[in-house]
Design a binder for this molecule. Structure first.
Ligand code: PRT
Ligand code: ZN
Length: 313
């Protein structure tokens, strides 16, 4: 019986869509850990079993649906889920496909999330001459992104044949199925291993938070705004450090100049001395050894650098 194959939790959890936000994230892949980590940093407590498709938010009206990344744009567009986290590459490909098919309204991008960065690039076998997009004229280009590839060819007025594959694009030239490929690249290691050279980037991608085109109830909208503010806070603390040091008053102008990305340090008097003060500052950039050495050379002592866990502007 089909119902028997559904995970037990799908029945156990009250899916109250009117009251609770549903966010679709990748079940198992490159984005999964980043997504679950981000939601946890936003304060979400939820448990995830091995085959669980739905994680019930225990302390927030937010449930997490775990699915294939390719399904996320449509789950959000069709308002099955209110929110989704998906790579810009998958989203843009789906957007172009929907536009071509006259499907609307679409999903709305709320926020880039600064993880899952990669680029969609054209690559050709090592040693092939490349003199710009026109070099693709008449070639077969293997890709899993036919719409983005087509858009690039169209923008450059190039006539070429797109070979749509479902995977293993990088081996298509070796198999004689294509003369070029258009595929995702992050380190470039896969291209090198397959003797391919990246010649043009056609799309820069990162994970995006998207929302349904359907308006949310006031309660859900209020929760969404809280979550967006928390995501902002999480992103701000990523590189931030809290720095504490002692400094002679006379050195304060130089020390302020040296503190990276900190606008208004707190100056605190020290018991038993009028010459020295304590300086506390949130630095929005990483604090490197070189900075600490320069601060010390400027007269600072007792330097402490601490990670920042949460921040609200
Ligand atoms: O099962 P499901 O459909 O959910 O997952 P999937 O296999 O389609 O996706 P997955 O988990 O591989 O990637 C999910 C998303 O991560 C992508 O849609 C991108 O937005 C993002 N991402 C970031 C990447 C990469 N980096 C990446 N390097 N997706 C794929 N790759 C591939 C690349 O094409 C190459 O084949 O990883 C390989 C290694 O890359 P190099 O350049 O580091 O060698
Ligand atoms: Zn996928």
């Amino acid at each position: 019986m089909a119902a028997m194959t559904l995970p037990a939790v799908a029945w156990a959890v009250p899916m109250d869509k009117a009251q609770r936000l549903q966010v679709a994230v990748q079940k198992s892949g490159r984005l999964t850990d980043h997504c679950l980590d981000l939601l946890a940093r936003c304060g979400l407590k939820s448990s995830r079993g091995k085959d669980q498709l739905l994680c019930f938010g225990e302390n927030m009206p937010l449930d997490v649906l775990l699915v294939r990344d390719d399904d996320i744009p449509d789950l959000v567009r069709e308002d099955v889920c209110d929110l989704g986290i998906v790579g810009g590459n998958v989203l843009e490909e789906r957007r172009l496909a929907c536009l071509a098919a006259g499907i609307g309204p679409l999903f709305e991008v709320l926020q880039p999330l600064d993880f899952g960065r990669c680029r969609l690039s054209i690559a050709v076998p090592e040693g092939c001459a490349w003199a710009g997009p026109q070099s693709l004229t008449g070639l077969r280009i293997a890709t899993t992104y036919p719409y983005l590839t087509e858009q690039y060819l169209h923008q450059h007025g190039v006539q070429a044949q797109i070979m749509t594959l479902s995977g293993a694009v990088e081996i298509a030239p070796r198999l004689g199925r294509a003369e070029a490929i258009c595929d995702l690249v992050s380190t470039g290691g896969t291209l090198r291993a397959n003797h391919l050279t990246e010649v043009a980037t056609i799309f820069e991608s990162q994970a995006l938070l998207i929302r349904t085109p359907v308006p949310l109830s006031p309660d859900k909208e209020a929760w969404l705004q809280r979550i967006l503010m928390r995501i902002d806070g999480v992103q701000q603390v990523k590189e931030s450090k809290y720095i504490m040091l002692h400094a002679p008053r006379s050195a304060l102008p130089e020390i302020r100049r040296l503190l990276p990305g900190s606008e208004y340090p707190t100056i605190v008097p020290l018991e038993g001395t009028t010459e020295k003060v304590a300086v506390h500052a949130v630095c929005r950039e990483n604090v490197f050894w070189e900075t600490l050495e320069a601060l010390k050379a400027a007269g600072a002592s007792a330097l402490l650098v601490l990670p920042v866990e949460k921040m609200l502007p």
